[in-house]
Design a protein around this ligand. Structure first.
Ligand SMILES: [Ca+2]
Length: 112
Protein backbone atom coordinates (compact mmCIF):
# COMPACT_ATOMS: atom_id res chain seq x y z
CA UNK A 1 0.00 0.00 0.00
CA UNK A 2 2.68 2.46 1.02
CA UNK A 3 4.81 1.47 -1.96
CA UNK A 4 1.86 2.05 -4.35
CA UNK A 5 1.33 5.55 -3.03
CA UNK A 6 5.03 6.35 -3.37
CA UNK A 7 5.10 4.96 -6.92
CA UNK A 8 2.09 7.09 -7.86
CA UNK A 9 3.76 10.19 -6.40
CA UNK A 10 7.00 9.44 -8.24
CA UNK A 11 5.03 9.04 -11.47
CA UNK A 12 3.35 12.39 -10.89
CA UNK A 13 6.71 14.08 -10.36
CA UNK A 14 8.07 12.66 -13.62
CA UNK A 15 5.03 13.87 -15.57
CA UNK A 16 5.05 17.29 -13.88
CA UNK A 17 8.76 17.88 -14.43
CA UNK A 18 8.65 16.83 -18.09
CA UNK A 19 5.86 19.31 -18.95
CA UNK A 20 7.31 22.11 -21.09
CA UNK A 21 7.69 25.44 -19.36
CA UNK A 22 5.71 28.26 -20.89
CA UNK A 23 8.09 30.01 -23.29
CA UNK A 24 9.36 33.37 -22.10
CA UNK A 25 7.65 35.28 -24.90
CA UNK A 26 4.29 33.80 -24.02
CA UNK A 27 4.84 34.62 -20.35
CA UNK A 28 5.54 38.23 -21.26
CA UNK A 29 2.36 38.35 -23.35
CA UNK A 30 0.30 37.03 -20.44
CA UNK A 31 1.87 39.55 -18.05
CA UNK A 32 1.41 42.46 -20.46
CA UNK A 33 -2.22 41.66 -21.24
CA UNK A 34 -3.06 40.44 -17.75
CA UNK A 35 -6.48 42.08 -17.73
CA UNK A 36 -7.61 40.15 -20.84
CA UNK A 37 -10.31 37.63 -19.97
CA UNK A 38 -8.94 34.07 -19.84
CA UNK A 39 -10.46 32.15 -22.70
CA UNK A 40 -9.39 31.86 -26.33
CA UNK A 41 -5.82 33.01 -25.65
CA UNK A 42 -5.27 30.50 -22.85
CA UNK A 43 -6.95 27.74 -24.86
CA UNK A 44 -4.80 28.57 -27.93
CA UNK A 45 -1.55 27.95 -26.06
CA UNK A 46 1.31 28.09 -28.57
CA UNK A 47 -1.21 28.80 -31.37
CA UNK A 48 -1.48 32.36 -30.06
CA UNK A 49 1.63 33.09 -32.14
CA UNK A 50 2.28 29.82 -33.98
CA UNK A 51 0.47 27.68 -36.52
CA UNK A 52 -0.82 24.91 -34.29
CA UNK A 53 2.03 23.34 -32.35
CA UNK A 54 4.61 24.01 -35.09
CA UNK A 55 7.46 26.50 -35.00
CA UNK A 56 5.88 28.36 -37.95
CA UNK A 57 4.49 31.76 -36.89
CA UNK A 58 0.94 32.80 -37.64
CA UNK A 59 0.51 36.41 -38.88
CA UNK A 60 0.58 37.86 -35.33
CA UNK A 61 3.62 35.77 -34.39
CA UNK A 62 5.36 36.94 -37.56
CA UNK A 63 4.65 40.60 -36.76
CA UNK A 64 5.82 40.12 -33.17
CA UNK A 65 9.00 38.45 -34.40
CA UNK A 66 9.64 41.37 -36.80
CA UNK A 67 9.14 43.90 -34.00
CA UNK A 68 11.46 41.92 -31.71
CA UNK A 69 14.17 41.80 -34.36
CA UNK A 70 13.79 45.52 -35.11
CA UNK A 71 14.26 46.23 -31.39
CA UNK A 72 17.18 43.82 -31.16
CA UNK A 73 15.41 41.86 -28.42
CA UNK A 74 14.54 38.23 -27.80
CA UNK A 75 11.87 38.94 -25.17
CA UNK A 76 9.10 41.48 -25.81
CA UNK A 77 8.78 44.66 -23.78
CA UNK A 78 5.72 46.90 -23.46
CA UNK A 79 7.16 49.01 -26.31
CA UNK A 80 7.45 45.98 -28.59
CA UNK A 81 3.85 44.96 -27.93
CA UNK A 82 2.71 48.56 -28.43
CA UNK A 83 4.51 48.71 -31.77
CA UNK A 84 2.24 46.03 -33.26
CA UNK A 85 -1.00 46.95 -31.48
CA UNK A 86 -2.15 49.17 -34.33
CA UNK A 87 -1.65 46.41 -36.89
CA UNK A 88 -4.36 43.94 -37.84
CA UNK A 89 -2.07 40.94 -38.34
CA UNK A 90 -4.79 38.44 -39.26
CA UNK A 91 -6.76 40.97 -41.36
CA UNK A 92 -10.05 40.33 -39.59
CA UNK A 93 -10.83 44.02 -39.18
CA UNK A 94 -9.89 44.14 -35.49
CA UNK A 95 -6.53 45.62 -34.49
CA UNK A 96 -4.07 43.49 -32.54
CA UNK A 97 -4.22 45.73 -29.48
CA UNK A 98 -7.99 45.39 -29.26
CA UNK A 99 -7.84 41.62 -29.69
CA UNK A 100 -5.05 41.20 -27.16
CA UNK A 101 -6.95 43.25 -24.59
CA UNK A 102 -10.28 41.53 -25.08
CA UNK A 103 -8.88 37.99 -25.11
CA UNK A 104 -9.37 37.02 -28.76
CA UNK A 105 -6.64 35.77 -31.12
CA UNK A 106 -4.74 38.43 -33.10
CA UNK A 107 -3.28 35.77 -35.39
CA UNK A 108 -6.51 33.95 -36.27
CA UNK A 109 -9.14 35.67 -38.47
CA UNK A 110 -11.84 33.32 -37.14
CA UNK A 111 -11.35 34.86 -33.69
CA UNK A 112 -12.21 38.54 -33.24
CA1 LIG B 1 -8.36 37.61 -34.95
Amino acid sequence: MHFTRMAAWAGFLVVASSAPALPAIRSEFTKHYKSAPAGAQVKAGCALCHVGNTLKRNPYGADLEKALKAAGLTKPTAAVFAKIENLDSDKDGVKNGVECAKGTLPGDPKSK
